[in-house]
Design a binder for this molecule. Structure first.
Ligand code: ZN
Length: 408
């Protein structure tokens, strides 16, 4: 491993980073690097990193002991050195396989509260927030914030300004239904400080998903074939891993996370279902994953997965069977939903979605329609629309478990 540190080098820091760097280098494919770091500006509560050419993606994370903010940039060589300012005491860069790591040594504890990689992939802006030592230590235990070119500007409505409450072990929700039935956990996406996507009429995804989740629960209970629990039945914030964590602690047989899609173009319409994959099935799926995974990191954050880049989730081999079951359910859901609700032509998609990461529980993320599309939004907000969504899920769930039973 060769390291080329530029700027004010601290040999000790360099050595402390050898292991994670070596590991990252091993995991990442080799790229021909097109871009170079052209300029780094540190001023007040903001870091702006400019590149002479577009970069593919970037991620920032927090390291403690000593306190640093590290930024990994895929597709760029180390370049121009910066002068330190504000909470940043020194700036260093090192080449790593596939890109550059830029390290900001901190004089004061500060975390990245939000950021954006510009549409053209040539400017990464990170907003800093000074925090206390305890909050910084917590932030250092979480996964990175990922930036993909243009994502921020493509989803301008998706913004959270409130602080996120600290992580805690969620209390287990009530299970309804007959004791010997399989358990379905319905997860209403977003909640609390995280409103999710916001529709043209100010309709908030977190409210729509909660109402749909309750409609699905009632419909499933009416059928009497399964037990049902909701990860949340009020307006509360849950970390993504808490959501599937609740389902796993309840030993759920199926996990369905309910969301509404959003797109810059109002014409995008129809429901779709996502299952877990390391690689997104298409560009839109990748964007969706980045947006939905952001729920954890959105407010700056000391929450979420302790390790692993949320933009490329590594999947265990043991997970393959679960993934096949999830895909089977997604296809069923598409079949049952098509006559009842507007659906996309390619209903089943794949993406690296954090909330689907339970290794042993079939999990699907159901995008019930576009909150950014006036017709879809009105449909999802109506009693009839919710009822039809709930019926689609009920039919698919009943066929799914009937098949599982028959296979035994
Ligand atoms: Zn969502």
């Amino acid at each position: 491993m060769q390291f080329r540190w530029t700027g004010a080098a601290h040999p000790l820091h360099g050595r402390a980073m050898l292991m994670p760097l070596a590991l990252l280098a091993w995991l990442l494919p080799a790229h021909a690097l097109a871009a170079t770091v052209a300029r780094i500006d540190v001023a007040g509560d903001r870091i702006v990193i400019r590149f002479d050419e577009a970069v593919e993606r970037a991620a920032s994370f927090i390291l403690d002991g000593p306190r640093r903010i590290a930024v990994d940039v895929n597709g760029a060589n180390p370049g121009s050195v910066a002068t330190a300012a504000g909470p940043v005491a020194a700036v260093r860069q090192a080449a790593r396989k596939g890109g550059t790591r830029i390290v900001f040594d901190l004089a004061e504890p500060a975390i990245v509260s939000e950021g954006e990689l510009g549409e053209d992939g040539r400017e990464l802006t990170l907003k800093l927030r000074e925090v206390d030592a305890r909050r910084f230590a917590r932030a250092s235990l979480t996964g990175p914030l990922s930036f993909i070119p243009g994502l921020g500007s493509r989803a301008p409505r998706y913004k959270v300004t409130q602080a996120v409450p600290p992580a805690r072990r969620a209390r287990l929700p009530e299970i309804r239904g007959d004791a010997d039935r399989p358990l379905v956990v319905i997860d209403a996406g977003h909640g609390g400080a995280d409103p999710g996507a916001i529709g043209p009429e100010g309709l908030r995804e977190k409210e729509v998903t909660l109402r749909i989740a309750k409609a699905i629960r009632d419909e499933l209970l009416k059928g009497g074939r399964v037990r049902v629990a909701l990860t949340r039945d009020d307006d509360r914030f849950l970390v993504l891993r808490e959501r599937y964590g609740i389902a796993r602690r309840l030993k759920a047989d199926l996990f369905i996370s309910v969301h509404c899609d959003a797109a810059g173009a109002a014409i995008a319409t129809g429901a779709s279902a996502y299952t877990l994959s390391e690689v997104a099935s298409d560009k839109e799926a990748a964007r969706l994953a980045a947006r939905e995974n952001k729920a954890d990191v959105i407010a700056g954050v000391d929450l979420g997965e302790a390790a692993g880049d949320v933009s490329s989730i590594l999947i265990d081999l043991a997970q393959r069977e679960t993934m096949n079951l999830s895909a089977g359910f997604a296809r069923l859901l598409g079949r049952e939903a098509r006559p009842l609700i507007p659906v996309k032509a390619n209903f089943h998609r794949m993406a690296s979605l954090m909330v689907l990461k339970a290794p042993d529980m079939p999990s699907v993320l159901f995008e019930t329609g576009y909150i950014s599309n006036p017709a879809d939004a009105a449909f999802l907000a109506s009693d009839d629309g919710r009822e039809r969504v709930a019926q689609s899920v009920r039919r698919a769930v009943e066929v799914h478990f009937a098949r599982r039973m028959a296979a035994r």
